[in-house]
Design a protein around this ligand. Structure first.
Ligand code: UD1
Length: 421
């Protein structure tokens, strides 16, 4: 199996360009099914999750190709099945978006329950509650969610937990329902807004995305469109943290700074310099640091709070901060798999339920490391880049799911990282 070999201790310097948002891409690609016509999706990240979705759609009968400038053109007209098997979805957590899209378009979907990162229980009860409210019969049999509706009708749906996946999935199904759907206590993440914008570009009526009440007027005739995905907030945040962790100076291009406010605030609190700018073409963020970080406390929260997806890289950074940092993980109960790996590098971390206390040490040392999920993998890379000596990061399939050209981008910034097959 491939792994990364990283010789730590090199400052990251220079500039890096961020790709399209993974979490928007994995929803927007299935959403093309709703259009019933060909759509072109631009600014797609070149990651494994997108390649898996491409294969799933092809397997279902859709026509998928790429324009000369790398955009994906999906024509869903040839889709000839309502069933997506476990073999197809086992490596893709977000395959559940096929459920909302297919139910909205065809009134029927059978999707094997997804695989993906193991960071907690990750139930889908809120997705199912929403689809039932729209009039679908939903059952889970032998690991397959089966949803069927003679007719979907708009409904008022209150989410018991703020869930990105449920918000988007219900939005997709509601576009195919007759009349108005109101989702209350909706997630406000940037990719929720991006999916809503895409649906509106196809002719849907989705209002209020980005607030906690979303109104969808379903049943409109949709059409094909061309749409560019927003930049990836989490990829950008990972590079921001890596820049600070290596006492580097990095300009991160193609970002939306308002999406990154929680990360910028915490990095500045830790003593790093963060400057937002506009070069006339794109917004950028420049992160630099020339001294040891100060300890800071983090609580993960739904957007606009500190994102759970950056909790793990942030803990790698705080492992060498001066003082004690407290990190509270409020979204996923088991998102501390990276801690044992950081401890093997010399980090001093005590876990108590959802709270980690990090007593900063002066330096981490390189070690053989094992990624247990996507963002744990990113955390280990950040730690290895900043550490003294060599690390080998294994299980990098997780990292490939969500970071495009990660080692190439890091190498261009001066990191000593190579992929060994
Ligand atoms: C999405 C992101 C993931 C991010 C997470 C939180 C995608 C593809 N993935 O995951 O990167 O870490 O948001 O920002 O966009 N929950 C329920 N019942 C449900 C659904 C969720 O109890 O039906 C709970 C979850 O267990 C979790 C919380 O709600 O505690 C938030 O999960 P959710 O926002 O749904 O995460 P995902 O959409 O899976």
């Amino acid at each position: 199996m491939a792994h990364f070999v990283i010789n730590g201790g090199h400052r990251l310097e220079g500039s890096v360009t961020i790709g399209g948002a993974k979490n928007a891409a994995v929803a927007i690609i299935p959403a093309v099914i709703l259009a019933g016509e060909s759509c072109v999706v631009e600014n797609l990240p070149q990651i494994e999750d997108v390649r898996i979705l491409e294969q799933i759609l092809r397997h279902m009968g859709a026509d998928v190709d790429f324009t000369p400038d790398g955009a994906m053109r999906v024509d869903p007209k040839g889709i000839n099945t309502n069933t997506v098997t476990f073999d197809m979805v086992s490596r893709l957590r977000a395959s559940y978006y096929l459920l909302g899209a297919m139910l909205g378009r065809y009134g029927h979907a059978e999707i094997a329950l997804p695989g993906g990162c193991s960071i907690g229980q990750r139930p889908i009860d809120q997705h199912i509650k929403g689809m039932r409210a729209l009039g679908a019969d939903v059952v889970i049999e032998r690991g397959v969610v089966k949803a069927h509706a003679k007719k979907l009708v708009g409904a008022e749906i209150y989410l018991d937990v703020v869930s990105v996946g449920a918000t988007i999935n219900i939005m997709l199904a509601a576009v195919g329902a007759q009349g108005q759907t109101i989702i209350s206590n909706a997630a406000k993440e940037p990719h929720v807004v991006d999916v809503a914008n895409f649906l509106n570009m196809m002719g849907a009526s989705v209002k209020g995305a980005g607030t906690d009440v979303i109104r969808i007027l379903g049943g409109r005739k949709l059409h094909g469109c061309t749409y560019a995905i927003i930049p990836d907030q989490i990829e950008a945040g990972t590079f921001m943290i890596a820049a600070a962790a290596t006492h580097g100076d990095v300009v991160i291009n193609n970002v939306i700074p308002t999406h990154l406010e929680a990360i910028s605030a915490k990095l500045m609190e830790s003593g790093a310099q963060v400057i937002e700018g506009d070069d006339g073409r794109d917004f950028f963020i420049r992160v630099s640091s020339n001294s040891r970080a100060r300890a800071v406390n983090i609580k993960t929260l739904p957007y606009p709070g500190f994102p759970t997806d950056l909790q793990q890289p942030m803990m790698a950074y705080l492992s060498t901060a001066q003082g004690n940092s407290f990190v509270v993980e409020n979204i996923f109960e088991d998102r501390f798999n990276h801690v044992a790996e950081l401890q093997r590098m010399g980090a001093n971390i005590t876990l108590n339920a959802r709270t980690a206390m990090i007593e900063g040490v002066a330096q981490l040392s390189g070690a053989p490391l094992f990624a247990t999920d996507l963002r744990a993998g990113a955390a280990l890379i950040v730690a290895a880049l900043a550490a003294e000596g060599q690390s080998q990061v294994h299980n990098i399939g997780y990292i490939d799911r969500g970071y495009e050209f990660f080692e190439q981008k890091l190498r261009a910034l001066g990191a000593d990282i190579k992929r060994v097959e």
